[in-house]
Design a protein around this ligand. Structure first.
Ligand code: AN7
Length: 327
């Protein structure tokens, strides 16, 4: 049976018997060894496949806690501003809880799968004529009026849920890996990982946060965030763990993205490859155990795949023609 994240980690989360558990079977995601990339890079590389969460991204870890607490506190509606994945997750968990959701998306820049999800889950989907940062400011202001619970990562319950990825990684490997690499957009996840290690005690993994060189325009639309709200805590997380803040450009993200799919069979969205791209900047020592967090599914962003993967060739339904095409 699928164990809800809140049940698996109940003793380490701010929940009580009075908290309704709003779950879609999140967390407990695969930690996959990457044999070919390990050999190529001379390290022991593992991939935390967060795309296997119910809405296809790691956001579900925090959303189960945030929406459960919102319902416990009597909320009838949630609001979120999002580059797409938080929107999908908020919409799904609101539907599961039987409450309404408003999701604010920066107009024209959200990957199509994420818009489709949010619409299907019945959220009020609003395209904001502005950037993610402007949409977030509006969401915060509206939430401060009291009618809607804000479920962006400024909501501390989101980070409580997200920290559990660290518990899973350490439990499965039997110890903290030497380093954990992850994409850095708003910095909520980097902050949550540091919180997880602080609660575990012992020596934390070096946290390596990978941000886009061009935050305003990157092809990695999930991390198109110019003003990371958690910049201070994300930077502190990197420093305290003796990690690194790495900047990767779109070309590097695209190479890592293709490598993950072709070399290890993991099709993620471009943003989710930022951690792997950072490996060439912040090189681990030979043989070190390294975890790269793959945050969201490739099916979220089919347009990027259509632009960058080789198109299919046309062929007649004939074995010789097929063999000819395979040459
Ligand atoms: C796949 O959905 O900000 O550094 O509004 O979707 O914690 O912001 C998404 C961010 C990495 C960055 N990978 O994490 C949103 C949103 C994926 C993401 C990030 C996001 P943070």
């Amino acid at each position: 049976m699928t164990i809800p994240l809140i049940e698996r980690f109940r003793d380490r989360l701010p929940v009580s018997a009075a908290t309704p558990v709003i779950s879609l079977g999140e967390g407990s995601t695969p930690l996959l060894r990457a044999p070919r990339l390990s050999e190529r890079l001379g390290i022991d590389l593992w991939l935390k496949w967060e795309a296997s969460n119910p809405t296809g991204s790691y956001k579900d870890r925090g959303m189960t806690v945030a929406v459960s607490k919102a319902v416990e506190e009597g909320a009838e509606a949630v609001i979120v501003a999002s580059t797409g994945n938080t929107a999908s997750s908020a919409a799904a968990y609101a539907a599961r809880a039987g409450i309404s959701a408003i999701v604010l998306l920066p107009q024209g820049t959200v990957a199509s799968g994420k818009v489709a999800q949010s619409r299907m889950y019945g959220a009020l989907v609003l395209e904001v004529s502005g950037s993610f940062d402007e949409a977030l400011a509006a969401a915060r202001e509206l939430a401060s009026r009291g009618s809607h619970a804000l479920v962006n990562s400024l909501n501390p319950y989101r980070r409580e849920g997200q920290k559990t990825a660290v518990f899973e990684i350490v439990e499965e490997l039997g110890a903290a890996p030497a380093a954990i690499y992850l994409p850095y957009g708003g910095g909520g996840n980097t902050t949550a990982y540091a919180q997880g290690f602080a609660e575990l005690g012992g020596t934390p993994s070096r946290l390596v946060a990978a941000q886009s060189a061009d935050r305003a325009h990157t092809i990695a639309t999930a991390i198109r965030i110019s003003e990371p709200v958690h910049a201070a805590t994300a930077t502190a997380a990197v420093e305290h763990t003796h990690g690194e803040l790495v900047t990767v450009d779109d070309a590097e993200i695209l190479v890592a993205w293709g490598d993950l799919a072709r070399t290890e069979g993991l099709f993620c969205e471009p943003s989710s490859a930022a951690g792997l791209a950072a490996l060439t900047h912040a090189q681990p020592a030979a043989g070190e155990t390294v975890v790269v967090v793959i945050t969201g599914h490739g099916l979220k962003d089919p347009a990027s795949a259509e632009t960058h993967a080789p198109p299919p060739a046309r062929v007649a339904p004939d074995p010789d023609a097929i063999l000819e095409a395979a040459k």
